[in-house]
Design a protein around this ligand. Structure first.
Ligand SMILES: [Zn+2]
Length: 336
């Protein structure tokens, strides 16, 4: 029996040594099968010990089980080590440029508004806003448009169900409010939406963006307004923009003038956008009516001022080559 035990013990020792060699050279899955598999070296030897050594094999079984757990542990450790090595080989190149993604950008009306704010800020103008739901007094009365004034017919107004409330037909309503609140010298601009009950077509919609400005001080005259129109239009639309001035009636100013720009779509030849006139009416303005100044508590014998309003949408169309105003209210404007 001692001889048998010696042989079996040698077998255990042989497994120990061969495993040490194998784990350095053979892949781990094959090692597992070779030693720990159902018919692997360990299980074969356990069966042999049980069959041959019987009750004398207890010591040997204890030893082979110790070897078995050592081998199991060694394989586990080797697997984790291999996994770590694999991960350390994986590298991330942080210098590879990311794929370009298309982002949205500011609306062209916002871009032009910002440009105008920049221009007027340089000349000392502040920025003010006013409500889109207005009352009759600020939208009409204070601007020289009384209840029976024919100009009310020119501005097809959206009246609200609340008495005396309407959607402002012009951003001049901001002028009415600010003239009352401020003391001269007054210099401010404002941008906002105005609303009129018009059928939408290529050059008219029921709401539009206006840019409004007021300057009240001593000795302000029409020459200042003309200079300011010329300077600001060229600032936004380019130095080569051709401008002409026409005398025009607006109820809130006296005298009134309107700058037109030569149509950039047809270069003055005449097209659908300029209604075959070759010129596009882009803004309006004039000297603030003395009555408006007086109603706001400003002494018209001491102070004078000009007011102006731009049709922002028409400027944006000319600047970016947008041929249909309705596109400005669309979600996907493509311009150059
Ligand atoms: Zn034209």
């Amino acid at each position: 029996m001692d001889e048998l035990k010696k042989v079996l013990h040698e077998s255990i020792e042989r497994i120990k040594f061969s495993f040490k060699d194998d784990i350095e050279s053979i892949d781990l899955d094959s090692i597992y099968i070779k030693y720990l598999g159902k018919n692997g070296e360990i299980n074969k030897l356990i069966r042999q010990i049980r069959e041959e050594a019987k009750e004398d094999g207890t010591e040997l079984l204890r030893e082979i089980n110790r070897i078995k757990s050592n081998i199991t542990e060694d394989i586990q450790v080797a697997k984790e080590k291999a996994k770590d090595e694999e991960l350390s080989k994986e590298t991330v190149d942080l210098t590879i440029p990311v794929k370009p993604t298309s982002l949205g950008s500011l609306h062209p009306v916002s871009l032009v508004t910002e440009q105008l704010y920049q221009f007027f800020h340089y000349y000392g103008f502040s920025v003010f806003e006013g409500p889109e739901i207005e009352d009759d007094e600020h939208n009409f009365e204070m601007l020289g448009v009384g209840k029976d004034h024919p100009a009310r017919d020119l501005q097809d107004t959206f009246y609200l169900l609340q008495p005396d409330k309407l959607l402002r037909t012009q951003t001049s309503s901001i002028e009415s409010r600010q003239l009352k609140e401020q003391k001269p010298p007054i210099r401010f601009v404002s941008a906002g939406k105005a609303f009129r009950n018009e059928t939408a077509n290529k050059s008219n919609t029921s709401y539009f963006d206006q840019f409004q400005g007021v300057y009240v001080d001593k000795n302000v005259d029409l020459g200042h307004l003309k200079w300011m129109f010329t300077k600001s239009l060229k600032f936004v639309l380019g130095e080569d923009t051709e401008i002409r001035f026409r005398s025009k009636f607006y109820p809130e100013v006296e005298p009134g003038m309107s700058p037109d720009i030569k149509c950039k779509f047809c270069d003055g030849v005449g097209c659908e956008i300029c209604k075959y006139r070759g010129w596009i009416e882009i803004a309006g303005g004039g000297m603030i009516h003395s009555k408006t100044l007086e109603m706001a508590g400003i002494d018209s014998n001491v102070y004078s001022g000009f007011a102006f309003g731009w049709g922002l949408d028409r400027i944006v169309m000319s600047k970016y080559g947008i041929r249909d105003m309705r596109l400005l209210f669309n979600g996907s404007i493509v311009y150059q």
